[in-house]
Design a protein around this ligand. Sequence first.
Ligand code: IPM
Ligand code: MN
Length: 365
Amino acid sequence: FKLACGLTDILVRLITYSVLESNFHTYDGLDVLGIEFNFQEMPMGGSALDLVGVPLPDETLAAAKNSDAVLLGAIGGYKWDNNAKHLKPETGLLQIREGLKVFANLRPATVLPQLVEASTLKREVAEGVDVMVVRELTGGIYFGKPRGFRTDENGEEVGFNTEVYAAYEIDRIARVAFETARKRQGRLCSVDKANVLEASMLWRRRVTAIAEEYPDVELSHMYVDNAAMQLVRNPKQFDTIVTNNIFGDILSDEASMITGSIGMLPSASLGSSGPGLFEPIHGSAPDIAGQDKANPLATILSAAMLLKYGLEEEDAARRIENAVLDTLNKGLRTGDIYSTGTKLVGCKEMGEAVLRSVDSQVHAA
Ligand code: IPM
Ligand code: MN
């Protein structure tokens, strides 16, 4: 918090895919749920590529660092899919995660009673699932060196990456995971591939060592292939999962499907200091862009996580979460979570309904 001016600075980047033509605005002194905000929109990803030719302009990273929290829209689109790697929207995302040093990515996957029918799993398997995936976000094979392309001795083209973790990187994500598990059911499952990969052998050793600081948390280990299976066999066995960057990427998509739709799931990315980064775990869904079909709830719930984890405004966060539940209780559904007997609505109508519900709670309070 910038207590000196009494305002909270939030950097907002809208969903890049849909704002290519729009300008980026600054809104000062907004009253949101009784909290005073400065919002600044900055381009990143496709919009930044179109505007200035790079996926993460220096100005955007500087503004992000200078904020109390960053809300990020989904990135990517066909238009840039064939760009060179350094000119892909995804590269901008990796750069902002690295730039803000947000190594801990919290990805909750909760099956809401309202959406059990939208899950691909049977009711008795899906009902009551509440898993938190703690994904390491700034290390591993996503960032490891050496990486690149080369030609081998037979003239064959080779692509290569390196899965690498230093002990300190494992220790700090393990601590976040133990702290997280402690506030939940107190059970932590560390997922790795320690039967094959050295980076995973170190991972398992360090997580086991850190566990001594958390005697109240029950630690288990699981190989990632088994974890992928267990998640669809009996997801309720999991409370908190901690895993590396790439396994966390994959398992969180898998976990999201149990909840009905990836369009529901928010995430928080936190470092040891500085602003957190809050974004839906889904992509930009370019196949339905501009059709008013996308589910806005993951982004709305990311704003709730921003309030909770980024600004410690738990009451305001709860209001947004309640508004989402209230809207679902009224039967409103976007296409991705639609089931018989519910009301199919577009992105805009869903967003407006949540907003109305937030407002009515404020007035009731
Ligand atoms: C995610 C996404 C990103 C990732 C991509 C877009 C770089 O899939 O946030 O899960 O792999 O981390
Ligand atoms: Mn992903």
